[in-house]
Design a protein around this ligand. Structure first.
Ligand code: CAA
Length: 244
């Protein structure tokens, strides 16, 4: 039977690369998006040469717990999810002294708190089937911290603690939980960094280039195809910018 993957934020920068890689490997992809219109979604499918038969869309706001619960309950009634990739994430960069509480809350809510509503029903279903691969997308900045990202780094570090704990709980149930920590990758999120700051960042990356989307996708596929010995791990994909 065809395997399936659910990818949150699947139409975003890293999300799109993940969807393409998994579909090319023969997976069916369930893609969550924040209520984007059909014109956007049709264009996105066409631009990425994805057929509707390999992709299903799940419009939901990750911060709306009721909506997430309803959508997932309906989905899990008819489908089995083999791989979950918690990829959705936002930034609201500011030095901490200038940060307002909305910048704090929005990033913690979307990047960390939403993991509860998405992961719990899917993990329960995976346990029932005795198989699952949960991949949570953290960041280099959750490991090393980053000037201007107290909110984002806190959420991304939180993802790692969550994953290590859940990995222990599900280790005997056929469900692995791992983390990918991408470095600076060419996505709209990174493109929006001021040019002089981005140039400085690139200068500090040993490979001297931003992380390739295809390298992130290959790492996710590797985890998805691995056995239970690979669990609780955080895999950095950052061009050597931060080694831990
Ligand atoms: N370390 C030490 N000092 C720094 C610094 C750093 N990394 N970055 C800036 N500063 C200093 C500046 O030199 C400046 O000093 P002076 O006042 O003496 O001139 C001061 O801090 C203020 O800097 P800015 O002019 O940059 O201040 P700002 O208020 O205009 O902007 C900021 C603040 C929005 C945080 C901006 O610095 C910024 O965008 N930084 C980049 C943050 C970043 O890396 N975000 C990653 C986004 S991508 C992502 O998150 C994906 C992922 O997972 C990797």
């Amino acid at each position: 039977m065809m395997k399936s993957v659910l990818i949150t934020g699947g139409t975003g920068g890293i999300g799109t690369a993940l969807v393409k890689a998994f579909v090319n490997k023969g997976y069916h992809a369930h893609v969550t998006h924040t209520h984007k219109g059909s014109e956007f979604l049709d264009n996105w499918l066409a631009e990425n040469q994805l057929g509707e038969d390999h992709v299903s869309f799940l419009p939901l706001n990750l911060n709306n717990r009721e909506e997430v619960a309803q959508q997932l309950a309906a989905l899990l009634e008819s489908s089995k999810i083999d791989v979950l990739i918690n990829n959705a994430g936002i930034t609201a960069d500011s030095t901490f002294l200038k940060m307002d509480v909305e910048q704090w809350d929005s990033v913690i809510d979307t990047n960390l708190k939403a993991l509860f509503s998405i992961t719990q029903p899917i993990a329960r279903s995976m346990v029932k089937h005795g198989y699952g691969r949960i991949i949570n997308v953290s960041s280099i900045n959750g490991l090393k911290g980053q000037f201007g990202q107290c909110n984002y780094a806190a959420a991304k570090a939180g993802i790692i603690g969550f994953s290590k704990s859940l990995a222990q709980e599900l280790a005997t149930k056929g469900v692995s939980v791992n983390v990918i920590a991408p470095g600076y990758t060419m996505t709209p999120m990174v493109e929006s960094i001021r040019e002089d700051i981005l140039d400085k960042i690139k200068g500090n990356i040993p490979t001297k280039e931003l992380v390739l989307l295809e390298d992130l996708a290959k790492t996710a596929l590797m985890i998805a195809e691995s056995g239970m010995s690979l669990t609780g791990e955080t895999i950095s994909v950052n061009g050597g910018q931060y080694m831990n």
